[in-house]
Design a protein around this ligand. Structure first.
Ligand code: NAI
Ligand code: MG
Length: 361
């Protein structure tokens, strides 16, 4: 599915989530740290829900770099090329990357042209948790400050922020289409008052796309005010459309309303390819302890089913299994609750049991 092997940002016209056949071959990249613990749970859940899916493991990440000298080996690219979708765990980034080392997830997003990052946050059925939040952050995923164009002479450091009309319009159309299937409201987040060229272009593209969707309400908000409103009144948001960096930050903030980083799923969407990944990182503080929350990874798998493979029913099944497990009070230590916390594997087993009940009726 790799259309273009060079790390060039390409723009194609369609902005509809792609649909492939009902079957699919999924490349599984566990990555580093808790990626090894949460990804297998997501694979088991997907396998139980959609038995025709085929899973092929491939390696990438910092551990891979230390072992083999490359963060993404050639055979991993080959597996990706033959895959319909990718399930990704998490990857550790060294604080001072060695020369030539580039963050794996950024390389994947740019090389596969995964132009959209969908990051939902919805209230979990956990007693005591704020209810009524159901929002979807639609983040531009290939440009902005994440294009990797930084330089420094030791005294002055410069990072380039690239915003193009084509990428901004493409992500805006996707946001409005998604809003049509939700509560029909889009909040465009930017900082065009201070960054009139870059954010101004993004904002302009968003409002010109909005004209094609008269049934969808559109509002705009400066990113700093957005950070405040997201903390204060998250219920007021439906679809949130934002450039890359703002979306990265705001989605971690929004994840609080879904139960924290361990609960937050995401999907990177391109043309004919998609990569599902929990929002969290490799969590070195808990890696290897068997206590990581697998729900973010599991719900990311459900997003792959829904938005990329067109398998809405199976996606809903996975989400219902998660809902039931949480409603019973089952939880890993990162979640609050009265019952004693369980380990990653036990939560995974409970999800499989609920899935069996749901499919057997
Ligand atoms: P992190 O998301 O790994 O961890 C932040 C905090 O949340 C930690 O206390 C961790 O224990 C907790 N946490 C995260 N996921 C959890 C889960 N599933 N269950 C329970 N608790 C969970 O972010 P941090 O610590 O800033 O970064 C650690 C490493 O991960 C770094 O090397 C960073 O570069 C990398 N990272 C990778 C990402 C990716 O692969 N997409 C995204 C974010 C960070
Ligand atoms: Mg992030």
């Amino acid at each position: 599915m790799i259309r273009d092997p060079s790390p060039v940002i390409r723009h194609e016209n369609p902005s509809q989530p792609s649909r492939v056949t009902r079957h699919g071959r999924i490349c599984v990249i566990e990555g580093d740290g808790i990626g090894h613990e949460v990804t297998p749970v997501a694979v088991e859940v997907l396998q139980a829900t959609a038995p025709d899916l085929e899973f092929i493991s491939a390696e990438a990440g910092w551990e891979c770099f230390l072992r083999r000298g490359v963060p993404i080996p050639e055979e991993t690219w080959e597996v990706i090329e033959r895959a319909d979708g990718i399930l990704f765990g998490a990857i550790s980034a060294p604080p001072e990357p060695p020369p030539g080392y580039r963050a794996v997830i950024i390389t994947l997003r740019q090389r596969l042209n995964l132009f959209a990052n969908l990051r939902p946050a919805a209230s979990p059925p956990i007693p005591g948790f704020r209810q009524g939040v159901d929002l979807l952050i639609v983040r531009e995923n290939t440009e902005g400050l994440y294009v990797g164009k930084e330089r420094s002479d030791g005294e002055v450091a410069v990072a380039e922020r690239i915003i193009t009309r084509a990428a901004s319009e493409r992500i805006a159309h996707l946001a409005f289409r998604l809003a049509q299937k939700r509560r029909r409201k889009v909040t465009v987040v930017h900082k065009a008052n201070v960054l009139p060229k870059t954010c101004g272009l993004f904002r302009g593209a968003a409002f010109s796309a909005a004209a094609d969707y008269p049934g969808v309400e559109v509002e705009e908000m400066l990113v700093d005010a957005m950070a405040m409103w997201l903390a204060k009144s998250p219920e007021r948001f439906d679809v949130v459309l934002t450039p890359n960096l703002f979306g990265d930050i705001l989605s971690d903030e929004a994840s609080v309303w879904a139960g924290g980083l361990g609960m937050a799923p995401s999907l990177n969407l391109g043309e004919g390819v998609a990569l599902a990944e929990p929002v969290h990182g490799s969590a070195p503080d808990i890696a290897g302890k068997g206590i990581a929350n697998p729900i973010g990874a599991v719900l990311s798998g459900a997003m792959l089913l829904r938005y990329h493979l067109g398998r809405e029913e199976e996606a809903a099944l996975v989400e219902e299994a998660v809902r039931r497990v949480l409603a019973e009070g089952l939880r890993t230590p990162d979640l609050p609750g009265d019952r004693p916390p369980v380990r990653t594997e036990e939560l995974g087993r409970a999800l499989l049991t609920r899935l069996k009940e749901l499919t057997w009726g």
